[in-house]
Design a protein around this ligand. Sequence first.
Ligand code: NAD
Ligand code: TYD
Length: 376
Amino acid sequence: MKSIIITGGAGFIGSHVVRLFVNKYPEYRIINVDKLTYAGNLANLKDIEDKPNYRFVKADICDFDTMYALMQEEQVTGIIHLAAESHVDRSIKDPFTFARTNVMGTLSLLQAAKLYWEAQPEKYEGKRFYHISTDEVYGALEMTHPEGITPPFSTQASSEHHEAYGEDFFVETTKYNPHSPYSASKASSDHFVRAFHDTYGMPTIVTNCSNNYGPYQFPEKLIPLFINNIRHRKPLPVYGKGENVRDWLYVEDHARAIDLIFHQGTIAETYNIGGFNEWKNIDIIKVVINTVDRLLGRAEGEDMDLITYVTDRAGHDMRYAIDSRKLQAELGWEPSLQFEEGIEKTVRWYLDHQEWMDNITSGEYEKYYDDMYGKR
Ligand code: NAD
Ligand code: TYD
């Protein structure tokens, strides 16, 4: 019997991971630990909240005593750690919160797991501490794509991509070079996780994933923010020239990778997760505008004039691109969706779940948005 704490399970990616584990493994006990910050929303888990193998605990991962007591009470054998402050723009305004949750929170969980597991007769046998991180820790890549190439740069999760566009990707051995307070805090937490393996022999795994998109993402991130703004015909704030490149992965493909790696990944290894799906922001924004317009019965492209170029994000990383061939070769993972399908599904989901959107685009988030972009 596995008893697994999933932290940050009320957030975007965490809710997909909790749902997958609760439904797929009725014999496991799944304990979702979440502080319910502005980004945590139990409405993301309505469909599974009554399942007998699921428990929600509202708690702060920085609270060592509570984490330790919970591990004892639930006889925890595995931890999948997603809780974090996750938005770069917020980290620029408030780096301390990022250091507290992402660095100290991770350390608190590691230390609690260490003390609890080391006190067990079988110690680390059958245990696993799996830390979810980001490609942003690697820093930024140059734009190496041939001029004139049309997006997406590739949707082929294969070595063809490399043959066509060269080798300038993040691999598992790429040196860490974070630029934002967010990525610096995630990098620091990754180092602590590896240090707990190297120093104490804790069975850890770290994965670094590219940008996720899909249902339940908080609408401060590019795709849900823009879908909602297009619907309401509000300006779309494009940072700089909109030329920065991100590598997008459908969130359920990330959740499937996490399931696979949690069960079959090798201890102390790092795996990069990404779908070889790079897009310039402005190109993805145009796809989102066309899709929203079409699904709302408007003329495609009618809302292009909402695009509003604004001052660039400070320290804005130019390009992220993940090489996930290790995960594909060793564990046989592949992204299941082509981007065109994924974005269609995503836009449709947000348009069909306006109530979910309305509930969170009030109160605290509204205030934050107003502070960032001025009163609408
Ligand atoms: P999110 O902001 O949507 O959710 C974070 C969750 O953590 C929220 O439910 C929040 O309430 C919870 N949380 C925050 N501080 C907490 C604390 N102190 N104690 C307990 N819970 C706390 O984030 P997300 O986009 O789902 O990202 C999840 C993880 O995946 C993060 O670690 C992030 O760095 C990583 N990641 C995200 C992406 C992406 O594109 N979103 C890509 C790669 C990696
Ligand atoms: P975001 O969703 O915040 O993810 P990350 O910063 O972790 O990559 O942003 C994705 C890209 O979109 C990034 O290059 C910044 C850009 N962006 C905008 O141009 N305007 C916006 O309002 C937001 C939120 C992001």
